[in-house]
Design a protein around this ligand. Structure first.
Ligand SMILES: Cc1cc2nc3c(=O)[nH]c(=O)nc-3n(C[C@H](O)[C@H](O)[C@H](O)COP(=O)(O)OP(=O)(O)OC[C@H]3O[C@@H](n4cnc5c(N)ncnc54)[C@H](O)[C@@H]3O)c2cc1C
Length: 340
């Protein structure tokens, strides 16, 4: 039998790296192209919900996640109400992307993976053996993501979520006593650069108290990151194209589930790709089997997250959320239950 073309992964975020690692540990040759280098800061809330031990084990991530922080509660700050505390159904994991991505990249290389950093692939045509783990798709320039790390910033709980006008911001405890501050904002004319841009956006969206807390903290300007043109629309994947992680579907960030979805999509692709590498499945069958598995696993959670997302962003709908919260009915339990 003719051996199938080698596996080529484009994109070394969590989906691409974890898939590459699992394939290498199964003896499959893999080349991974990553446009950037490691370590690097990324716009991300840096807490992971819904990541099961079975996925961690299947992808061989256990030793890399041994020291992660475990967060059990979220403090919701909705308008001027005192914070509402919500217990998470399972602990969320806390670790910076600066550490996490670099750790998996090192493990991939140690497992014999061919990691090409600083290698942006420009010919993006699908072909057998080629996997797209290229992250978010670009959309209209409506939404902006900003993040930075802070020290000496005391938290009410290990996780905080603050709702502003057309904005929400998450605070998460990460390693080394630092706090990750990350927000999604509707783009507007705000003056600020580097470490001053996030506080300026907080003030512009009515989150003055949070901005004052940042003013009193020590901000790590080297961690400042921004991304624009986020696309939350749903796309149908053409057949014969295998996309994983955000390249397949981006879940609204408030869920803290995008990273788990990146890992889970790698896990779902693993068996079809092993069959392809063994020469027992065609590329077309491999893409079909993976796409069906991704659709089955993610459909419900994407639908519920899409439904709730406007309630976090739009001031009129946030008033509904505030009323429910006063009645101690923060309506996220069914969503969290669907994230695994
Ligand atoms: C504001 C915001 C907050 C978020 N907060 C959280 C959170 O708290 N918890 C959570 O779980 N998720 C969160 N997410 C989502 C999470 O960051 C993503 O779901 C996750 O990073 C997806 O991983 P990925 O591997 O698919 O893509 P990425 O991590 O984006 O990796 C894609 C990689 O592909 C590379 N690449 C792209 N094109 C090419 C090319 N042509 N050639 C070579 N390389 C290429 C890029 O350089 C990048 O490294 C948040 C997202 C946003 C926007």
């Amino acid at each position: 039998m003719i051996s199938p073309p080698p596996i080529e992964i484009i994109g070394g975020g969590l989906a691409g790296l974890s898939l590459g690692l699992a394939l290498r540990r199964a003896g499959v040759p893999v080349t991974l192209h990553e446009a950037g280098t490691y370590p690097r800061h990324r716009v991300c809330g840096e807490f992971i919900t819904g990541l099961d031990p079975s996925t961690i084990e299947r992808l061989g991530l256990g030793p890399l996640l041994e020291d992660v922080l475990r967060h059990h509660e979220v403090a919701w700050f909705i308008h001027d109400q005192p914070p509402r505390i919500q217990q998470l159904p399972a602990a969320a994991l806390g670790l910076s992307r600066f550490v996490l991505d670099a750790r998996i990249a090192r493990a991939f290389v140690a497992a014999g993976g061919d990691l090409q950093t600083g290698s942006r692939v420009t010919d993006l045509d699908p072909r057998p053996g080629r996997i797209f783990a290229t992250g978010r798709r670009r959309g209209k320039p409506t939404w902006l993501g900003l993040k930075l790390h802070a020290r000496h910033l005391e938290l009410t709980r290990e996780l905080e979520l603050h709702l502003g006008a057309d904005a929400y911001v998450g605070l998460a405890q990460i390693e080394g006593g630092a706090v990750n501050v990350c927000g999604l904002f509707r783009r507007q004319d705000v003056v600020g650069r580097g470490a001053t841009l996030l506080p300026a956006y907080l003030r512009a969206t009515g989150l003055d108290r949070l901005a004052a807390r940042l003013d009193a903290a020590e901000l790590d300007s080297s961690s400042c990151s921004a991304i624009a043109a986020l696309d939350f629309d749903r796309h149908v994947e053409p057949s014969e194209r295998l996309s994983l992680g955000d390249a397949c579907a981006m879940i609204p960030p408030f869920t803290g589930n995008g990273m788990a979805m990146a890992f889970q999509s790698a896990e779902l692709a693993l068996d079809p790709l092993l069959a392809y590498a063994a020469g027992t499945a065609t590329w077309s069958d491999t893409c079909d089997a993976t796409q069906a598995a991704l659709h089955g696993r993610f459909r419900l959670r994407l639908a519920s997250a899409d439904l709730l997302h406007p309630f976090l962003l739009q001031p009129r709908r946030q008033r509904w959320l505030a009323a429910l919260s006063r009645a101690r009915l923060i309506p996220f339990r069914p969503l969290y239950a669907s994230l695994h």
